[in-house]
Design a protein around this ligand. Structure first.
Ligand SMILES: *Cc1c(COP(=O)(O)O)cnc(C)c1O
Length: 494
């Protein structure tokens, strides 16, 4: 299986190369040349496997420079760091309504599903392509990626990681998790700006030959832990396939029956993985793209125009506070009939004018599969309260956005829907507490304590004791200083 760039199909690389590079030098994203197909017998095999085996199986279809046993070793190490028995349990709350809980990992958000795997994939990929020297992982985060990436890469031989986050754009708990991060090879820095500022600066560094040369002097090559990296996306495909198997095993569906997925969306990585699972032969249901008040994707699926010329809104679901959803580029590539020139033109238009449009034909095709909707702050809080009242089930604000959008869809009776649950509610204790108990407590630890007393839901083990950890990183810089910061850190060996 080879990979091509969405902006130049002539650029063909192996899976290992795609993972090491992170992004193509032309600015495009790597996508598989074709999608492997799951046969009926494969599904039967998958149904008899545990999660680590399913993940290794799915990955082995995409990464043929790796063998199944090697991938299984990685998966066992990665998901062995999760708490509880199943790394991604499916919880049924009502008839035909399920939550796929992707937050049982070391940082309590779904990013762990991929970021515990990526360091294994990356270091092995470097060996496979014979790349020596150190890798510098640069990451822009809206709150969850940064922490999960540092946790994944901490003290991994031959790697260093620098994370940038918007100083006012993450929850207190997310900030505490990041600034207390342990590990010799990690560094995190706040910037005055929003997530898009951080992401644009990081992308610029990635495509600058001058910066690459300077970093090489310090012995570093760059790579990315954001979902532009294929090594981030591939492990995410596995949990959709696994959820389908779990529904089959539980007798909730018969093989071939449709299941809908409703996904709280920011950078369009998570929902794209669901789309890829369907391209591999998972029976097609609807994919509902749920946005918070930054509803650029909802507007896109309604109008066919992706328009970033709008105000950025800070919400209680900060990991979805994104205006430029990088992974949509991969979807555009597919729906344009894999037209690399057109994809490149659209991305250039986005950069130059802040918007682009797709054709009516493309939009109609997308809408056959994709639903969409958005949920504002007030609705999100109401949904959290309603689910707790009705089901005794506590939602984090991101998952609540998806639940709210699901509730607004014109329901087709008898179709099971899986709402993708992306974070543990204790990552956002102040907002969740306020939603269910109408009490405002800004201190995250006090809020968590009160939320626990009020709801009885257990505080996940990785968030306990965070208040006692020393702060290691308290620097805040201007967004224009990001590049210099990276160069200085690399010079000093971090
Ligand atoms: C990252 C994140 C999302 C959005 O996922 P994308 O792949 O960026 O669409 C949703 N919820 C949480 C909690 C996240 O951390």
């Amino acid at each position: 299986m080879k990979y091509v760039s969405t902006r130049n199909k002539e650029r063909v690389v192996s899976g290992a190369q795609a993972i090491v590079e992170g992004i193509s030098p032309d600015g495009g994203l790597y996508v598989p040349q074709q999608f492997p197909e799951l046969k009926k017998a494969d599904w039967e095999k998958l149904c008899g496997m545990d999660y680590t085996e399913r993940a290794a199986f799915v990955l082995s279809l995409f990464l043929d420079d790796f063998c199944y046993d090697e991938l299984l070793t990685f998966a066992k190490e990665a998901y062995g760091r999760f708490y509880g028995e199943d790394p991604c349990p499916l919880t049924k709350v009502d008839e035909d309504l399920f939550f796929l809980e992707l937050w049982h990992g070391p940082t309590c958000a779904f990013k762990d599903m991929a970021l515990t795997m990526l360091p294994h994939l990356l270091t092995a990929s470097k060996r496979k392509i014979g790349q020596e020297g150190k890798t510098l992982i640069l990451t822009a985060t809206s709150g969850d990626t940064g922490k999960a990436a540092m946790e994944g890469f901490r003290d991994v031989e031959g790697t260093s990681i620098i994370v940038f986050y918007p100083s006012d754009g993450v929850s207190d708990m997310q900030r505490r998790q990041m600034i207390t991060q342990e590990g010799k090879n990690v560094c995190v820095c706040a910037i005055k700006g929003n997530f898009d500022d951080a992401q644009s600066a990081v992308k610029r560094i990635f495509t600058s030959e001058e910066t690459a040369a300077k970093l090489a002097e310090s012995g570093y090559k760059l790579s990315s832990a954001n979902s532009i990296n294929w090594g981030r996306l591939a492990p995410q495909i596995a949990y959709y396939i696994s959820a389908y198997c779990d529904l089959l095993n539980a007798g909730e569906i018969k093989f071939g029956e449709r299941v809908d997925f409703c996904v709280p969306t920011g950078n369009f990585g998570d929902i794209l993985a669901a789309y890829y699972a369907m391209r591999m032969g998972m029976p097609e249901g609807r994919l509902i793209c749920a946005s918070n008040s930054n509803k650029v994707l909802t507007d896109f699926f309604r109008s066919g125009t992706y328009d970033t010329r709008r105000k950025f809104v800070e919400t209680m679901s900060p990991s979805m506070d994104i205006i430029i959803s990088s992974n949509l580029e991969r979807l555009l590539f597919e729906y344009s009939g894999r037209d690399d020139k057109l994809t490149a033109e659209r991305m250039n238009a986005l950069k130059a004018q802040g918007y682009y449009s797709v054709s009516e034909g493309e939009l109609a095709k997308m809408r056959e599969l994709f639903g969409c909707g958005s949920c504002d702050e007030e609705e999100t809080a109401e949904v959290i309260a309603d689910y707790f009242d009705e089901y005794g089930y506590l939602l984090d604000p991101h998952t609540a956005v998806a639940a709210g959008v699901y509730g607004e869809q014109e329901e087709e009776k008898g179709v099971p829907c899986v709402i993708v649950s992306t974070a543990n509610p204790y990552k956002f204790p102040a907002d969740v507490l306020e939603a269910v108990a109408q009490v405002r407590e800004d201190d995250p630890y006090e809020a968590a304590k009160k939320l626990n007393e009020f709801s009885g839901a257990p505080v996940p083990q990785p968030l306990c004791g965070l208040d006692k950890k020393p702060v290691r990183f308290d620097k805040v810089i201007e967004k224009g200083e990001i590049e210099n910061f990276v160069l200085e850190k690399a010079k000093g060996g971090l």
